[in-house]
Design a protein around this ligand. Structure first.
Ligand SMILES: [Zn+2]
Length: 165
């Protein structure tokens, strides 16, 4: 079965996910952690793309999903987040999952899983899945993933690889 066809059937916007993965690649190029996120309105319109900035901003909470929530709130207004879908290149951590819940996001789709992130990046781990964080949330959020996992993992592996001079 074609995974792209399956994803389309599940209402997953692979284009939006590829934008998130492209943002993860750009974050890496900019010296940040390799993560990106995009926001899709209930209408299907792509509203925003954000990337991790935790190194360049010096702010440990500069994860892509939190950057997205902050930028969208400031520029488009908080209502743009309500009922929307966030596409994250990496499975959101507990902090970001909570922030998206409080922002009123309806659905989260991720590419690389938390296990992929731990395996490729190592370092500090907060081993609770996005679905576990949001289990029992009211209103409920839908969590899907991994989607386009290989494309996202390739970027993570670029971080893990020693940089060529
Ligand atoms: Zn996070």
């Amino acid at each position: 079965m074609n995974p792209d066809t399956d994803s389309t059937a599940a209402g997953i916007d692979l284009g939006a996910m590829r934008r998130a993965i492209a943002a993860s690649r750009q974050a890496l190029a900019d010296g940040n952690m390799p993560f990106g996120a995009s926001l899709v309105a209930p209408s299907g319109a792509l509203l925003w793309v954000a990337q991790n900035d935790q190194v360049t901003s010096g702010d440990c909470t500069g994860h892509a999903e939190l950057v997205l929530v902050r930028e969208v709130t400031r520029v488009l207004g908080a209502p743009a987040l309500r009922g929307a879908t966030v596409y994250a290149s990496g499975e959101p951590c507990a902090m970001c999952s909570g922030a998206m819940f409080w922002a009123g996001v309806a659905r989260i789709v991720f590419a690389a899983s938390q296990a992929d992130i731990i395996r490729t990046l190592g370092g500090a781990t907060l081993p609770i899945t996005c679905a576990q964080v949001l289990q029992g949330a009211s209103p409920a959020l839908r969590v899907d993933g991994p989607v386009l996992q290989d494309e996202a993992v390739e970027v993570l592996e670029g971080f893990a690889r020693p940089r060529a001079a």
